[in-house]
Design a protein around this ligand. Sequence first.
Ligand code: DGL
Length: 300
Amino acid sequence: MRRKYQLLMIEKIRNNKQLGSIGIFDSGVGGLSILKEIRNLLPHYDYLYLGDNARAPYGTRSFDSVYQYTLEAVTWMFGMGCPLVILACNTASAKALRTIQQKDLAKIASNNRVLGVIRPTTESISQYTKSRHIGILATSGTVKSDSYLIEIARYSPDIQIVQQACPMWVPLIENNEHLSEGGFFFIEKYIRQILLKDDKIDALLLACTHYPLLIPAISSIIPPHIRLISQGTLVAEKLKDYLLRHSDIEQRCSKGNLVRYFTTEDKNDFSEKARLFMDEPVAAQTIQLSRLDNSTGCKD
Ligand code: DGL
């Protein structure tokens, strides 16, 4: 039964020629920091945001789980008509993007596209450092993947990088504890750790979409010569450029200034948290993602 449903869904995605929203996916609410900047720059498009809050955080999950969950989310978003999905989650971009682009897309929707947030960030990062020493703050999963080291070495091989995993930050934000005294303790802890690793750092990259909510606290800790880089504007600029260069995809993106929000968890809880990021009321809907069998051919 499940297999029949999956085949029907894949058939529906393949035949879809209609206009659709740009999909923005994250493990939780963090990707809203990316959506916000994309909307500021490209307000006329429609957007569909999905947060997999029921299974967040992704940062401490295995490679295979993040890949499987991300593939389920992307398949659902294609089913909702999105011609283009942005993985607004560093962990999903690090662990799932390449396999989905190289193996799954051809099977589920070869005309659609999936993009991540790591490439657009690393392409632009060079302009933020004079000392050529950068610190990367990210989830354990992103740090372990070494994606930032690999990508930065490709575009700016002269830059020295140190990384710091910050496993407590996403749970603090998801539970709205990041402004508490206990929250500040963990913010300070990881910042001190990364600064001890390299005293020449003059830029710190917030390589997790949740972290922009910590900017006021981090700014109060770091020396004034260190720049904090968040990804939202970088990703938005690169998306604008991508749409200019790919008119086939751009023409399939609907333009009605509409944003729809979906979560795999409680919709009221999501809406409440989302308000913190978007600075406006958010009305989310709850959905369930279907597990994909290996037998669909979507997974190797
Ligand atoms: N927001 C995601 C990122 O950018 C990760 C959060 C999580 O651990 O789920 O990496």
